[in-house]
Design a protein around this ligand. Structure first.
Ligand code: GDP
Length: 453
């Protein structure tokens, strides 16, 4: 495979920048652009050795740094790798990369180092996807979950199920293919036991998907309510900055303001929307339509009500809009006399929280309610977690096939029919781990990585 090079650290001023070179000629490329102070040929270094020296470009030293040598297969990619640590910064790292490219390396594509690691059997697809998740993690729980998957929590769980199914299928196939041999048929009970255990594992993984996604990818959250109930004030409480415009004139938040805030383990992508009310103002009308859309698209809705006034028709519209959504009713302005009737809210929402956004009261209770609604309060990052829609789809398809197999067993279909469905389940699980993923799936996954990873 060709030798590739890329800047692997962030492209910004920094203490250290790393240019990574990987492939058959990594050592000779590095040796041409890096002269060690003790004049050692990098090609003679064994793995995990480092040498201090200068990076040479166009015959001149351009920086001093350290070259670290990794020998195949004991490297990130499984190939020979040299990492040149130079001074961080946009110019220097680019010059070091140029030197490598002028001396026989080609620019690495997005995710190509990790793709090579996958193709060389260093990690499976779930682990490769965890690398990407780890890089983009925004909190302790999401990075812990990504690290768990990188270290094999998900592959172990999937492979255990898959291996169990494979051994049943092998026994079924032997019995079907060699009817004259004295091979014991598996009892219905033993097949049922394996199916039930496998189904339980997959169901458990799928049931944790939403809370896992909330922790890993953040949650699109809409703050909605009629004008002047305190949406912008609440948003500013979360974000801690005066981003939305707060005024006494109803309808001032005309557009959607987006911000992120961390609530417990979760990053909320908050949008403060135009108030929900019928309006003659053309600009505001567009805003109201967008707010409705935002509720439809949001994963979590914070429906804000003014506690110091009775519910209005607009409030009732909002309550109806939240039906079937993950939502929390937020009754604001508790510093004033409470005149709202809570009965309707109590029946329509799982959680009703009383706050004063202005006085900063009740925000902790609101945060707890959000975590409980999202199921992230007791999220266990050490448990196997499906990291994305692709894995979720594979797991769902495998579960469907296992349910078919179970059904075939229960209604007394032939061993053949049971085996076909179990084989289908195994295939979906193998696609999940990458053991059987097609080239286009693999290319698609790695194209989402950044260059240098
Ligand atoms: P929005 O139109 O829903 O975004 O409402 P704003 O956040 O702009 O607030 C409208 C008005 O209500 C402003 O005058 C706020 O200061 C006031 N307000 C917001 N929250 C509270 C609260 O908890 N208590 C009281 N008394 N007033 C509040």
């Amino acid at each position: 495979m060709s030798t590739i090079a890329a800047i692997s650290t962030a492209q910004a001023a920094g203490g250290i920048g790393i240019v990574r070179i990987s492939g058959e000629n990594a050592l000779s490329v590095a040796n041409q652009i890096f002269k060690t102070v003790s004049d050692i040929d990098l090609k003679t270094l064994s793995g995990y050795r480092a040498a201090f020296g200068h990076v040479i470009f166009d015959g001149k030293p351009i920086d001093e740094g350290i070259a670290t040598v990794f020998r195949a297969p004991k490297s990130y990619t499984g190939e020979d790798v040299v990492e040149i640590s130079c001074h961080g910064g946009l110019y220097i790292t680019k010059q070091v990369l140029r030197a490598a490219l002028q001396n026989g390396a080609r620019p690495a594509e997005a995710g190509e180092f990790t793709k090579r690691a996958f193709l060389n059997g260093k990690l499976d697809l779930t682990k490769a996807e965890a690398v990407m998740q780890l890089i983009s993690a925004q909190g302790a729980q999401s990075s812990a979950a990504a690290l768990g998957v990188l270290e094999g929590s998900l592959s172990r769980e999937i492979t255990t199920v898959s291996n169990r199914l494979k051994s049943v299928c092998a026994a079924l196939a032997a019995w079907v293919d060699y009817p004259d041999e004295e091979i014991d048929d598996l009892s219905d009970d033993s097949i049922r036991d394996v199916l039930n255990r496998s189904i339980a594992v997959l169901q458990n993984l799928l049931s944790r998907f939403d809370s896992g996604q909330a922790v890993l990818a953040g949650v699109d959250t809409a703050i909605v309510g009629k004008p002047n109930v305190g949406k912008s004030t609440l948003m500013n409480r979360f974000v801690g900055a005066e981003k939305s415009i707060v005024t006494d004139i109803a309808g001032t938040t005309r557009d959607i303001v987006e911000e992120t805030a961390t609530v417990g383990n979760v990053v909320l992508r908050l949008s403060d929307t135009a108030g929900l009310r019928e309006t003659g103002d053309a600009v505001e009308k567009i805003g109201v339509a967008r707010a409705r859309k935002k509720v439809e698209n949001a994963v979590l809705v914070l429906a804000v009500f003014d506690g110091s006034a009775p519910l209005t028709a607009e409030d009732r519209d909002l309550i109806a809009l939240c039906n079937g959504k993950k939502s929390v009713a937020v009754v604001n302005k508790t510093d004033k006399v409470c005149t709202i009737e809570p009965e309707l809210l109590d029946t329509a929402f799982n959680k009703v929280v009383y706050i004063s956004a202005k006085e900063n009261q009740g925000i902790d209770a609101l945060e707890s309610a959000i975590e409980e609604t999202l199921g992230t309060a007791d999220f266990d990052p050490s448990a196997a977690t499906l990291m994305n829609e692709r894995q979720f789809a594979c797991c769902t398809a495998a579960l469907d096939s296992l349910s078919e197999a179970k059904n075939a067993l229960e209604i007394g279909l032939t061993r053949d029919a049971i085996e076909v469905s179990m084989d289908a389940a195994i295939e979906h699980l193998d696609v999940l781990t990458g053991e059987r993923a097609t080239e286009s799936v693999v290319n698609e996954i790695f194209s989402q990585f950044c260059v240098g990873k």
